[in-house]
Design a protein around this ligand. Sequence first.
Ligand SMILES: Nc1ncnc2c1ncn2[C@@H]1O[C@H](COP(=O)(O)OP(=O)(O)OP(=O)(O)O)[C@@H](O)[C@H]1O
Ligand SMILES: [Mg+2]
Length: 273
Amino acid sequence: MNQPQVPSVSPSVPALIADQLKKSFRERDQENRRWRQVDAVSDISLTVSRREILGILGPNGSGKSTLIRLMATLLTPDQGHVAIFGHDVQQHRLAVRRLINRVSVEASFFKKLTAEENLAYATGLYGVPNRAAQVKAREILRRLGLPTRKLKVPMEQLSRGQQQKIAIARALLTSPTLMLLDEPTTGLDPKSRREVQQFILEVRATHDATIIICTHDMNEAERLCDRVAIMSRGRFEALGTVAELKSRYGSTLEEVFFALIGEPLGEAGEQEF
Ligand SMILES: Nc1ncnc2c1ncn2[C@@H]1O[C@H](COP(=O)(O)OP(=O)(O)OP(=O)(O)O)[C@@H](O)[C@H]1O
Ligand SMILES: [Mg+2]
């Protein structure tokens, strides 16, 4: 059987270029029954270099997951483009899917199948030799403190944190070139959180991986990220190294966050019509 090939990646192109990305949703206000437009992502342009770890911080509803989903081919932008290693996300959807891996809090699994079966499916999809991958997955899960017997039970019988660990193992064993991590450590216990952070740094060092990570954890952002974007109401309010942001907006990343976001915490831009 032919294994799927990972698409070619020219060494000179950036890992990701987003150009004036926009995505709005319509939602019905239940009280006055009017339609409301939610500008979840408004005009975001961004270049991410290879092997960079970019953090995205922002309050609930500020558009982080929508942005990740646009990058991951799961949503179509209303305007703008995203290219991943030079491949346009809309025109070359399948090629892009082989270059990325997304971990999110609502990890997608075949819930009736076991973790082992889900991992085997993923390795087939990415063309990774199955046996070596299973050994690697077990090693990752051992480090994350997941008992091996849990690999044999249906996913739906695992706790959220346990499922999250399997999603992380799945992402790591397929060695993607771009990892899109949407709150990968939310809901994990402190030891597992630290292990995952350590893995992220290792993957970057050993696999030439580029990582975009959404998080609400300021320490995590500081520990991992080369640059951090502060997102509010669908826009980047600031983007820079932690040192740059601190020199401009406050002495801690938390201070930077509140200086840029202000009070009360804003939701994505909403207009009624
Ligand atoms: N499929 C959808 N249909 C309608 N509205 C949506 C949809 N997905 C997201 N939204 C809206 O877009 C806005 C941004 O949501 P998004 O999930 O991107 O925020 P977030 O920054 O990831 O928040 P959180 O920190 O809570 O994960 C919210 O107002 C949300 O209600
Ligand atoms: Mg989110």
